[in-house]
Design a binder for this molecule. Structure first.
Ligand SMILES: Cc1cc2nc3c(=O)[nH]c(=O)nc-3n(C[C@H](O)[C@H](O)[C@H](O)COP(=O)(O)OP(=O)(O)OC[C@H]3O[C@@H](n4cnc5c(N)ncnc54)[C@H](O)[C@@H]3O)c2cc1C
Length: 659
């Protein structure tokens, strides 16, 4: 290892130091006597919760987002729920069990201490959100209701129908608005961070663009927090909101922040299949549906062929001819195996020719059994908006009876297929969520912290809100305590002028290429390369080909791009071009990391490394580390720095979801 990484992890999974943070916070921050400023970039669940908490604690917060309102951040899309170890179901859940499931679900590639802290604060999140008025679903008796998500054998997921993210975001937004009203948070909507400004080795501010006027603006502060989401849209087609991008994270990476585990990309098993090449967005059908929906394909290849040809429908296939392959392969977890396992199993069936739609790339998600058992009313209470969303997109309502065989009613099944959904990799942070640049913090999906090689369902909201409400507000003070004696730097410093000039010149460069291809056409092609060579099944040879193709396409981007309009005023195409420039950097980083990791783990599946049963085969001897990448300039291979993982409480073993 060329460089040493200090992850500041206290010994053991139950950090004593954590208690010190809490005491420290009371000492350092007696309600804004210190006049410390913090920039929080992003108003998703991570950013909004952090900005609201920091404002409440007395800091002066500058909070930015690219949407017209924080309420429209991508977090609003989250459907299924948020995990916590409350054990309201009395089913044996505990902080330890949530911790254990999350580490196991991440295929033993997460930091143990971080995950324990996450499990520990999970219960506080639910209390906080209930206090804000988040309308979680309740049992008849008034108790908060729970359902199960993948990788767990208890019910620990709190939810608000299929709109959990929206309701949680409204809660965070009301706290944020309170601080805006109190003058502690200054909100800048439709502002995009274009660069981070480093002065004397510390993050001291950012350059942002007013997206409506095109004007570049300088902000300085005592610390910068980025909460700008994941990089799933590198693949063009994903379940992410169209505006999701990785520009802020990639700019931090270019300025020296390490990027950790980029190859850990989550492919979600239950998305509406791609239905043509004019599509620019994929739609998720929440994992919560796997509580009551059963996944299957036909047992007989001739049935599959008939389905693909459109001469047969799923509901015409009787029970005995259906292969509930997840229940067959993983009897203990059945349809609720983690996402990486379920996605690969769907791909395996479709690769063998058992796909159920005209492209052969779909499997059924069928509610017949649960509707027959519970009634349509109950199922609609649980998933009503998801059924309606599915109908709106496909014109099929999964609650419609389609057939009756031997007195059993069969309902129209959904068709689903895996798609890019979430990114476990992200900006490297230490235990205090500080990046490798002092004064720069990263929270929520944009950091790499807690999910290892695969995130369990309903754990992203948990992590984002843990970071924003309960971790960063404490840990950032270890940094700020030392900063209190230093005045905030002026935005007139040459470092700000230089960063702004570079952003401006970069816009001119893109506008002046004046080639023939639109941003979207190039982005779509990049997405194809990513999916084909850096997607669900990767090989060394494929990754090398993918990298070569990406380089060629990046050249095409640099020489044949066409961006209409000017940099003055609103120019969405120009903003998209900047995002695409950074998706190229990101795509290559994902491929480099995937190529360097000669093993399969979680969402990173190298076809050369699998068991006889097609399961991921880890190599703990050689790859039991966090892979951190340091930027070495455009066109150059980044440098790999390894942070070894240390497990004390959990025995590292092969994942088993069969028994
Ligand atoms: C369809 C779908 C369903 C999901 N369902 C669930 C679920 O049920 N449970 C669960 O736990 N997780 C779920 N997830 C994952 C979860 O929603 C996300 O991981 C989480 O919301 C990310 O929150 P965040 O605050 O980190 O980022 P985001 O919500 O992506 O917010 C990013 C913020 O950063 C801002 N931003 C970005 N770039 C810039 C820039 N350069 N300058 C200024 N601002 C910028 C944006 O405006 C936005 O405010 C789901 C994801 C999807 C796609």
């Amino acid at each position: 290892m060329a460089k040493k990484i200090d992850s500041k992890i206290p010994a053991g999974p139950v950090p004593e130091k954590w208690k010190e943070y809490k005491a420290h916070q009371r000492l350092v921050n007696p309600k804004n006597k210190l006049k410390l400023d913090v920039i929080v970039v992003g108003t998703g669940l991570a950013g909004a919760s952090a900005a609201a908490s920091l404002g409440e604690m007395g800091f002066n917060v500058i909070n930015l987002c690219i949407q017209d309102s924080p309420r429209r951040a991508h977090s609003i899309a989250a459907q299924g729920g948020i995990n916590a170890a409350k054990c309201y179901q009395n089913d044996g859940d505990s902080v330890y069990r949530l911790f254990y499931d999350t580490v196991k679900g991440g295929d033993y590639r997460a930091r143990e201490a971080n995950v324990y802290r996450l499990a520990e604060v999970s219960n506080n999140i639910i209390d906080q959100c209930v206090a804000q008025g988040v309308p979680f679903a309740r049992e008849y008796g008034g108790m908060l209701a729970n359902r199960s998500f993948g990788g767990a054998q208890v019910s620990r997921t709190f939810y608000a129908k299929g709109q959990t993210g929206q309701q949680l975001l409204l809660g965070a937004y009301s706290s944020l608005s309170c601080q805006v009203n109190a003058g502690k948070v200054k909100l800048y909507t439709r502002y995009e961070m274009e660069d981070v400004v480093i002065v004397d080795g510390r993050a001291r501010g950012i350059i942002a663009k007013d997206l409506c006027t095109g004007k570049l603006v300088r902000f300085s502060a005592n610390a910068v927090v980025i909460a700008t989401g994941g990089y799933g849209n590198t693949y063009f087609l994903s379940t992410n909101a169209m505006g999701c991008n990785c520009t802020a994270a990639v700019q931090c990476y270019r300025k020296g922040a390490y990027f950790a585990n980029p190859s850990y990309v989550q492919i979600h098993p239950t998305c509406i299949p791609v239905h043509g090449d004019k599509q620019s967005k994929l739609t998720l059908m929440s994992e919560s549906l796997r509580n009551d929906g059963r996944i299957w394909v036909p047992k007989k290849i001739e049935d599959a062929k008939a389905l693909q040809a459109g001469t047969k429908q799923g509901w015409e296939i009787p029970e005995e001819d259906r292969d509930y392959y997840l229940e067959r392969r993983y009897p203990a977890f059945g349809n609720l195996v983690p996402r990486d396992v379920a996605s690969r199993a769907a791909k395996e069936r479709c690769d063998k020719g058992f796909g159920v739609n005209n492209t052969g790339l779909a499997v059924f998600l069928d509610f017949s059994e649960s509707i027959n058992r519970l009634g349509l009313d109950v199922i609609m209470q649980r998933y009503g908006n998801l059924f309606e969303m599915y109908e709106e997109i496909t014109d099929v309502f999964p609650g419609d009876v389609a057939n009756e065989i031997n007195g059993v009613k069969y309902y129209k099944p959904m068709m689903i297929y895996p798609a890019i959904h979430y990114t476990m990799g992200g900006i490297w942070v230490d235990y205090e969520l500080q990046t490798s640049i002092p004064g720069l913090f990263a929270i929520g999906e944009c950091n790499f912290s807690d999910h290892g090689a695969n995130r369990l369902g309903a754990s992203a909201l948990m992590q984002g809100l843990a970071d924003g409400y309960f971790v960063l507000p404490y840990t950032i003070q270890n940094y700020l305590a030392d900063q209190a004696v230093w005045p905030k730097v002026s935005t007139d410093l040459p470092e700000f002028a230089e960063a702004e000039k570079k952003v401006d010149e970069e816009q001119d460069r893109l506008l002046n290429i004046k080639g023939k291809r639109s941003v979207d056409s190039i982005h779509k092609e990049l997405g194809h390369i990513m999916w084909e060579y850096v997607g669900m099944g990767r090989t060394a040879e494929g990754l090398k080909t993918g990298l070569k193709k990406m380089h060629e396409l990046e050249k095409e981007f640099d020489t044949n791009l066409f961006v209409p309009g000017t940099k003055e005023g609103l120019n969405i195409e120009l903003d998209k071009a900047i995002h695409l420039r950074d998706f190229f950097t990101m795509g290559q980083l994902v491929a480099f990391d995937a190529l360097s990791r000669n093993e399969s783990c979680g969402g990173h599946f190298r076809e050369e490394y699998q068991t006889e049963e097609g399961e991921a085969k880890r190599d703990d001897e050689n790859y039991f580390y966090v892979g951190c990448w340091e930027y070495k300039g455009k066109g150059n291979e980044p440098e790999l720095i390894k942070e070894p993982l240390e497990y004390e409480a959990i025995k590292v073993q092969t994942r088993n979801y069969k028994n």
